[in-house]
Design a protein around this ligand. Structure first.
Ligand code: SF4
Ligand code: FES
Length: 363
């Protein structure tokens, strides 16, 4: 009887053999091994067709092109858009030039980034933070002025903070593929490229809020949630409702008893599983609107996953290097005090001094 089983390609990824169907990309093949093996991705987004090839975060070395032609590929290739060949040998973390290039890519992505994580709503679930933590340098060599933009409200619910945008195009593909009238896109090219709504038109359709979930950084934020809480102080819970427009499967983010944010559910790669409508996202903010399923399983992309930044996990010397490079030596001769009431008195004194200083500076 004829063998109808599909032919599989055998590839070696960081020394591990995998069999995948023809047409699979290197990234998809690597993802079958799990999050610790897959290359980082800042623009590739599996649920959206055509994404990838923009950020270069996922570059890998192809040490042998195929069984038929085992020559190495001359340059590093983006794993998210390069399909596997039978007998291909790929090096990811096992190749120093890949790691060195990734350090450069992080530095490049951060060139114009405002580094305002302390006030950014995305902090704690930002893919750029993760990428910089896992692959970045401790310092930057960039000395030029960063490009800056005014903030724009695009529609009643979404704010664009272009300074943080890394031009991954995910929001453009989202608007193209899941809404019926896209009115925003990337205008201009090179250093002048920016996400913009044509002639300042608002994104106004039932699924526009999904651009917030796909944005890997804090460039597109939820205006109903802005500055309400830090992600690590909130409690995510899976819930669903009977919705006419979408699946109604969401994650509710609680602060105490209050629902402060509603998002789509995400998979282990931080990608939306099912896009949700604006009514679910922005208008159903009461527990009584939902049927609660239970606590959300936290992905590695969230800072609230226990021990994400555990000292022995990666780069144990990271914190020390930052401290050595960026902070001046502490020269403090004040006595070491542990008594509570003395500390309170000293704090009051310090507050008074700080107020006097700021009054003097403003006059
Ligand atoms: S706004 Fe966000 S999703 Fe859109 S291109 Fe910029 S970084 Fe990507
Ligand atoms: S994830 Fe492959 S180029 Fe951006």
């Amino acid at each position: 009887m004829e063998n109808t089983a599909p032919q599989l390609f055998k590839i070696t990824f960081d020394g591990i053999e995998i069999e995948v169907p023809p047409g699979t990309t290197i990234m998809q093949a690597a993802r079958t091994l799990g999050p610790h093996y897959a290359p980082p991705a800042m623009c590739y987004y599996e649920p959206l067709k055509g994404t990838g090839g923009k950020c270069r975060a996922c570059l890998v070395k192809v040490a042998a092109g195929s069984a038929k032609d085992p020559r190495p590929m001359p340059k590093l290739v983006p794993s998210c858009i390069t399909t596997v060949q039978d007998g291909m040998v790929v090096e990811n973390t096992t190749n120093e030039s890949v790691l060195e290039t990734r350090r450069g890519i992080v530095e490049f992505l951060l060139i114009n980034h405002p580094l305002d994580c302390p006030v950014c709503d995305q902090a704690g679930e930002c893919h750029l933070q993760d990428f910089a933590f896992e692959h970045g340098r401790v310092t930057t060599r960039y000395e030029e002025e960063r490009r800056t933009f005014d903030r724009h409200d695009i529609g009643p619910y979404v704010q664009l903070h272009m300074n943080r945008c890394i031009l991954c195009y995910r929001c453009v593909y989202t608007a193209d593929q899941i809404t019926d009238k896209r009115v925003h896109g990337v205008l201009n090219r090179g250093d002048h490229a920016e996400i913009s709504t044509y002639i300042e038109k608002a994104i106004d359709n039932d699924f526009s809020g999904n651009v917030i979930d796909v944005c890997p950084v804090g460039a597109l934020t939820d205006k109903t949630f802005r500055f309400k809480n830090r992600v690590w102080f909130s409690k995510p819970v899976d819930a669903h409702c009977d919705c006419e427009k979408c699946s109604g499967n969401v994650t509710l983010w609680y602060r105490g008893d209050e629902v402060i944010r509603v998002t789509a559910r995400k998979n282990e790669w931080g990608e939306v599983k099912e896009f949700i409508c604006n009514t679910c996202r922005f208008e159903r903010k009461k527990t009584s609107d939902w049927t609660i399923e239970g606590p959300t399983k936290i992905s590695r992309h969230s800072v609230i996953m226990a021990n994400k930044y555990r000292a022995d996990l990666k780069k144990p010397e990271f914190g020390l290097k930052v401290a050595a490079a960026q902070y001046k030596q502490i020269d403090d001769s004040r006595p070491y005090v542990t008594d509570g009431s003395t500390i309170r008195e000293l704090s009051k004194e310090n507050n008074v001094k700080a107020n006097q200083r700021s009054l003097a500076e403003n006059n």
